[in-house]
Write a protein that binds this ligand. Structure first.
Ligand code: GLN
Length: 391
């Protein structure tokens, strides 16, 4: 076969999504790729059934159906306290994944530097490669996942074109404070650079923490590109709906990139989601209550078993420390990936190895998610207890 591009040799498939395939192979409980095992709200599935009969089934406007963009702009505008023009400041995308890729391709020339906090959601690694950007990693240091703002300034001073801020942060559950976001944003303004946010988990921020949208902070709007998704907020990861919101000049260019990447997000799903975007505040309060309950239940289960873990401030992920297991003679010299594969086959619970999120050499963490119904979480905890018996 003729030779493929050099680019494809520089990254692997997604380990998160590979773990789902491994989990399926062994019939394990999949706590790797983060998606819920429960249905979206009935109003949305009923609306989708109606649309299946009545349409639309053809392309929407490439950058999003008019009513869908209007609803996105209204919801986001309410959150950040600013009018968002649905015609000039919004692009509907195929999930948060396309939103991020589209933002990167719109902002970066090959060779441009982009700062990424580490640990990071693994897509950003491939996004930089595909857009030709050079990552500069800024450590979020466990266990508190704090960072040194002087490193961010140094990155901008070195010429970084942008910084990616995943807030709340996948995989470590950090919720950036208003002060942290302001400091990052002010540096972006000072150095005439972009902040690209990933706010996919914005409605999963646990008390007493608070989600602050960077685009809404004073003086930052023109430097902030918001990427988000409806997948997690409405339990519709398969519908592939996301969006970009940003200043007009950026959106005008992003519309072109998006058009040639995907043409558009699926029109029947956009149409059905208009209803969801008009849900009252009580919907989001209930979602948060559900996930708070799941978090507390799952973490107390881990505590009962005696597995060491962080306490996520947001998201539905938890990092578990596996060093004690890797110190056992039977696992000596194993990578976290090998341990995760073993765990999936022999314990029956699929995690994601921490090394797929860290730029630094980290081999002692695994990521689990708790977007599962109560009986599955119970079964998962029962299986995880078997792990502890090895010690
Ligand atoms: N964000 C989810 C995770 O980190 C998965 C998203 C995806 O696979 N596209 O597990």
């Amino acid at each position: 076969m003729p030779k493929l591009s050099d680019r494809v040799g520089t990254f692997t498939d997604s380990v998160i999504r590979r773990m789902t395939r491994i989990s399926n192979k062994y019939g394990a409980i999949n706590l790797s790729q983060g998606y819920p095992d429960f249905d979206p709200p009935a109003e949305l599935t009923e609306e989708l059934a109606r649309i299946a009969k009545e349409g639309p089934h053809q392309y929407s406007i490439t950058y999003g159906a008019e009513n869908f963009r209007a609803a996105l702009a209204e919801k986001h505008g309410r959150t950040i306290g600013r009018y968002i023009d649905p015609e000039t400041e919004v692009v509907a995308t195929c999930g948060g994944t396309e939103a991020m890729m589209c933002a990167m391709m719109t902002v970066c020339n090959p060779g441009d530097k982009v700062m990424i906090f580490s640990p990071f959601y693994e897509n950003y690694g491939a996004d930089t490669i595909l857009s030709g950007a050079q990552p500069i990693y800024i450590p979020l240091v466990p266990p508190s996942y704090d960072f040194d703002i002087s490193l961010v300034e140094a990155g901008f001073a070195e010429g970084a074109k942008a910084i990616i801020v995943c807030n709340p942060s996948n995989p470590c559950g950090k919720v950036f404070t208003r002060e942290e976001l302001t400091a990052i944003g002010e540096l972006a303004v000072k150095y005439d650079a972009f902040v690209i946010t990933d706010e996919v988990y914005q409605h999963m921020v646990y008390e007493p923490y608070e989600h602050v949208c960077m685009a809404g902070l004073p003086g930052l709007y023109d430097n902030v590109i918001t990427c988000s998704s409806l997948s997690k907020t409405y339990s519709i990861t398969g519908w592939r709906l996301g969006y970009l919101i940003g200043p007009e000049e950026f959106i005008e260019a992003a519309k072109k990139v998006h058009d040639f990447l995907t043409v558009g997000a699926p029109s029947p799903f956009q149409e059905a989601m208009v209803k969801g975007l008009h849900f009252p505040q009580s919907y989001y309060d209930e979602l948060l209550a559900t996930y708070t309950e799941k978090r507390d239940y799952f973490l107390s289960g881990l505590d009962r078993i005696g597995l060491k873990h962080n306490v996520p401030q947001g998201t539905y992920f938890v990092m578990v420390d596996i060093q004690d297991f890797l110190d056992l003679p039977q696992f000596k010299g194993w990578t976290d990936l090998e341990f995760c594969e073993w765990m999936t086959e022999h314990i029956g619970v699929a995690p994601v190895p921490g090394s797929s999120f860290f730029h630094e050499e980290v081999n002692n963490l695994i990521r689990l998610h708790f977007a599962r119904s109560r009986d599955i979480l119970d079964e998962a905890l029962e299986r995880l207890a078997k792990l502890k018996e090895l010690l």
